[in-house]
Ligand binder design. Structure first.
Ligand code: PEP
Ligand code: MN
Length: 478
């Protein structure tokens, strides 16, 4: 790829939507200089591996699950929260594997998903109008702590590192082994049908595991023995966040040699290392980054930054996107039409998807852009409940998802994955959050206040997420 006049800082010449204005620019510079010298969080090999796996998704050889919180918070960086989130992602993907018999590529909205774009620069809290909360890496949830503070970016780096370290630790010591489903806690699952479906899968898995062990694959106790991991125990897991805070993203953008063992046919890479090896700029803050629906202006700073990094990227596509604008955007961020580079995350709203998706698919097909299409049935379906809490209706989420599956097949295309906001968080008594209404647990509007914990968008809870997993899994079976 010829990057023209791209550099990690060329975005600075462009207007940045959702810009954060820091009162003390010197302070920001000091923090950014510090971040610039800190080690990368992820490696080029991991990033290239994900690119390769997303190309498999694009060829219908795998399915993508992108999920996690709308926004992480520094306070929620605990063992319980991280392991519950990881556990839910693994459980969800296991249900999909069981139904679809396809490998699942798992990308968490985790270990860096701190910044939020907002529809308005201010918000009303009680009778005060205060600057909007922009995420823990910008300002505080407390209405008296809304001045952007650059130290929060450094704190975001360390919370991301801690989270990632814990994920690596858990996965490296058997957390994802297929023994995990036996520990699934069903005690608080309200719906008998969901419990029964669950048990059917775990029984089936136990049978299959027994069989694979008998024929010599996998090992029951390889971790305990410190032995080599069996293939069944290993899972790939990748991190992601919205690439919103470009000062921070730039500071973690590093030039590295392209790991040619993972990228066998390297094309269009113009950079070289000092020793003459092919090189590229990697954003090392996460494996996958996406451009939000509010920051995807063709001439804007975010698109400029994203076009030059080697990571696989996501682009949110909402109802205001014009079909030719979408193709122009793809021409900018993927001029060489490389498979695995771009994932389009569509989020129109259940009542709008029929108006837009088919024309977007047609334009992309005509232009010959290889993309992964995934459905985000959350962001076009947010509403305010009568009590004033932001919520989403499970039925509406499912409606956008099923429309999306149908429209793709009508257009000779295929849904490659889903992007969800969910949480496995449980309170001390083991109950899940109450932020979205409906689902097999039939959560009512009156119950929303019981355990509403999100300080950003409402998330599906443990049971509601598994409802979605079964739905998608059944779609593949049929
Ligand atoms: C999000 O994914 O949390 C988000 C803000 O999405 P969008 O850019 O699609 O509104
Ligand atoms: Mn959100």
């Amino acid at each position: 790829m010829s990057n023209g006049d791209w550099s990690p800082q060329s975005w600075r010449e462009r207007p940045a939507a959702q810009d954060v204005v820091y009162p003390d620019k010197e302070h920001l510079s000091r923090v950014i200089s510090k971040v610039r010298n800190l080690p990368p969080l992820v490696t080029p090999s991991e990033i290239e591996r994900l690119r390769h796996q997303l190309a498999q998704v694009q060829r219908n050889e795998a399915f993508l699950l992108h999920a996690g919180d709308c926004a992480e918070s520094f306070d929620a960086c605990t063992h319980e929260n991280i392991s519950n989130k990881l556990g839910l992602i693994l459980s969800f993907s296991l249900i999909l594997i069981w139904g679809a018999r396809l490998p699942i590529v798992r990308i968490g909205r985790i270990a860096g998903q701190y910044a939020k774009p907002r529809s308005s620069p201010t918000e009303k809290i009680g009778d005060r109008e205060v600057p909007s909360f922009r995420g823990d890496n910008v300002n505080g949830l407390d209405p008296d702590d809304r001045t952007p503070n650059p130290d929060r970016l450094l704190s975001a780096y360390f919370h991301s590192t801690t989270t990632l370290n814990h994920i690596r630790g858990l996965l490296g010591s058997g957390f994802a082994s297929l023994h995990y489903p036996r520990d699934w806690s069903l005690a608080y699952v309200r719906s008998p049908a969901l419990r029964a479906e669950f048990e059917r899968i775990t029984d089936g898995l136990t049978d299959s595991l027994g069989f694979t062990r008998t024929i010599g694959y996998g090992s029951d106790s390889s971790y305990e023995q410190g032995g080599r991991k069996g293939a069944l125990d290993e899972v790939d897991f990748y991190t992601s966040h919205e690439g919103l805070m470009l000062d921070y993203e730039e500071a973690l953008t590093r030039k590295f040699a392209v790991p040619t063992s993972i990228v066998p046919s390297l094309k269009n890479v113009t950079e070289t290392t000092s020793s003459g090896k092919p090189a590229a700029y990697y954003n090392t803050s996460a494996h996958f980054l996406w451009i939000g629906d509010r920051t995807r202006q063709l001439n804007g700073a975010h698109v400029e930054y994203f076009r030059g990094i080697r990571n696989p990227i996501g682009v949110k596509v909402g109802p205001s996107m014009k079909p030719d604008e979408l193709v122009e955007l793809l021409d900018i961020v993927n001029p060489d039409k490389e498979s695995g580079r771009v994932t389009l995350i569509t989020r129109y709203g259940a009542s709008k998807i029929d108006l837009h998706l088919a024309s977007h698919i047609a334009a992309v097909q005509l232009a010959g852009h290889p993309v992964v299409w995934i459905c985000d049935p959350m962001h076009g379906n947010t509403l305010t409940s009568s009590s004033g809490l932001k919520t989403r209706n499970f039925g509406t989420i499912i409606s956008e998802l099923t429309s999306c599956i149908r429209i793709h097949s009508e257009c000779n295309s295929r849904l490659g994955g889903v992007s969800l906001e969910f949480t496995g968080e449980l309170n001390e008594e083991g109950f899940s959050v109450t932020e979205c209404v409906g689902g097999s647990m039939e959560l009512s509007e009156e119950e929303l206040g019981l355990r509403y914990q999100s300080f950003c968008d409402p998330r599906l809870n443990f049971e509601q997420s598994l409802d979605v997993a079964f739905l998608v899994s059944n779609y593949f079976k049929n």
